[in-house]
Design a protein around this ligand. Structure first.
Ligand code: KE4
Length: 432
């Protein structure tokens, strides 16, 4: 497949942008090859510099549940832009999007907007620490909450020892306050609360994990986290940056009927423009400056264009039939791919909730980071490139989730299934 223009664009980018990308996962490091540069998106499709067209299952890593350049989103952004792009003052658009968020997300009755998911999760942890007066947090190995220092931590030698930095630049002091535990192990959480009684401010979790590939909580796990945090006067933070408005109108907490104390949001809430958010009970949120002492701020937080895109997107999602159709379309895709993988005897384990899904190329079950790391990433890389060559853009990493939009058609789904069948046959035909 000719990718000359993307290859020369990458060379140009590398001369002026660190690593040639503004976010590492875009560089194709885990699947190999040179990253494809896109020039346009329309509906469920992407178009690259070499004029290849792709069915897009990344959707900008989740935000574009309505697809690329949805008319109502573009109209809203254009109308807002004509009135100016930023005022640095309160605007009613912020209240309108906040009202939609409070109406859709069961646990939120006050919200604060940021410009990214990372800002939302960093702020949520600071809020939890300030509200409880405690320093330590619990996070889970393999869960990703953005690039805040408190999250770039690897598990210490033993499950209950202090975390250690897993990126240069994160200090041992910061790492010491983060306890890393295995996902889906409620006993480990109970033990941590016993070991660090009175010291843990919060547990932060991706309630459906999307950053190890997709991994689901085992029955009762989320309720255990809710019970253990309540019992120990710690806060439960659901990081729904990826799952919010994706797996249900109100995210995982809406599907599972479990209410966290703080929820972080991103991606869909901005409709493809930079918006993050964190929210919860008014009693917690009123601790934030200017009403309370916990500082949090942002020049472009609540930006009018971003608010307009978010409002248009969440308004469109008021139509409940959208979630039924997304469920039906992703079921068609999952069923078709399952048939293909079984036909070729591919070891695989697939997970799906609503229009968020993932296939691990290994035997299941995949319940945590340790089991996820058994996936055959070499095969995934081959599959990724074979699909790319057949006009299907999957996440350039085994450890990401895939997404569908309301713009995907049955033709797109059926093309994808046929392409997967052909791609795997081609891989096996090449095996020496
Ligand atoms: P951002 O700062 O990238 O907007 O959000 C960070 C974040 C927080 N929490 C969850 C659950 C997330 O999935 C993310 C970001 N997700 C990645 C995709 N795995 C963004 C892609 C990227 O890093 O470029």
């Amino acid at each position: 497949m000719r990718l000359e223009r993307s290859i020369s664009a990458f060379a140009r980018a590398r001369r002026v942008i660190a690593g040639g990308v503004n976010s590492p996962v875009r560089a194709f490091k885990s699947v190999g090859g040179s990253p494809v540069f896109m020039k346009a998106g329309a509906g469920a499709h992407l178009f690259d510099l070499d004029d290849h067209e792709y069915i897009d299952y990344v959707l900008s890593w989740g935000p574009l549940i309505l697809g690329h350049a949805h008319p109502s989103v573009i109209k809203a952004i254009t109308a807002a832009a004509a009135k100016g792009t930023s005022f640095g003052t309160p605007t009613e658009a912020e209240s309108e999007l906040a009202e939609l968020v409070c109406a859709m997300v069961p646990s939120i009755d006050r919200v604060r907007f940021t410009s990214s998911g990372t800002e939302a999760t960093m702020s949520a942890v600071r809020l939890a620490r300030g509200f409880t007066g405690r320093d330590r947090i619990i996070k889970f190995a393999g869960c990703y909450h953005g690039h805040g220092d408190s999250f770039l931590i690897a598990a210490g030698s033993g499950a209950l020892t202090n975390g250690v930095p897993n990126s240069p630049g994160v200090t041992p002091g910061t790492a010491a306050d983060t306890i890393i535990l295995p996902f889906n192990d409620a006993q480990a959480v109970a033990a941590a609360f016993e070991r660090y009684a009175g010291e843990i401010a919060a547990v932060i979790v991706e309630p459906y994990v999307g950053n190890m590939g997709m991994i689901l909580p085992i029955d009762g796990y989320l309720q255990s986290l809710r019970d253990l945090t309540k019992k120990n006067d710690a806060l439960l933070i659901f990081d729904e940056v990826m799952t919010g408005f994706r797996v249900a109108p109100g995210g995982v907490q809406d599907r599972e009927h479990i209410l966290p104390d703080i929820t972080t949001l991103g991606k869909i809430v901005g409709g493809g423009l930079p918006v993050g958010a964190f929210g919860g009970h008014a009693q917690i949120m009123q601790s934030l400056s200017p009403d309370g002492p916990i500082y949090q701020a942002g020049t472009l937080s609540g930006n009018p264009l971003a608010m307009a895109a978010g409002i248009a997107t969440l308004r469109a999602l008021q139509d409940g039939a959208i979630y039924e159709r997304l469920e039906e379309m992703s079921g068609r895709l999952a069923g078709g791919l399952q048939t293909v993988f079984d036909k070729h005897g591919i070891k695989h384990q697939s997970y799906r909730r609503g229009s968020m899904f993932c296939t691990f190329f290994c035997e299941g079950p995949v319940t945590d980071l340790e089991s996820a790391l058994k996936a055959d990433t070499v095969f995934y890389g081959k599959f990724f490139h074979e699909m790319l060559g057949r006009g299907v853009y999957l996440a350039p990493s085994q450890f990401e989730a895939g997404f569908l939009s309301t713009a995907h058609t049955t033709q797109d789904i059926d093309h994808t299934i046929a392409a997967a069948d052909d791609a795997i046959a081609a891989i096996f035909a090449r095996v020496p």
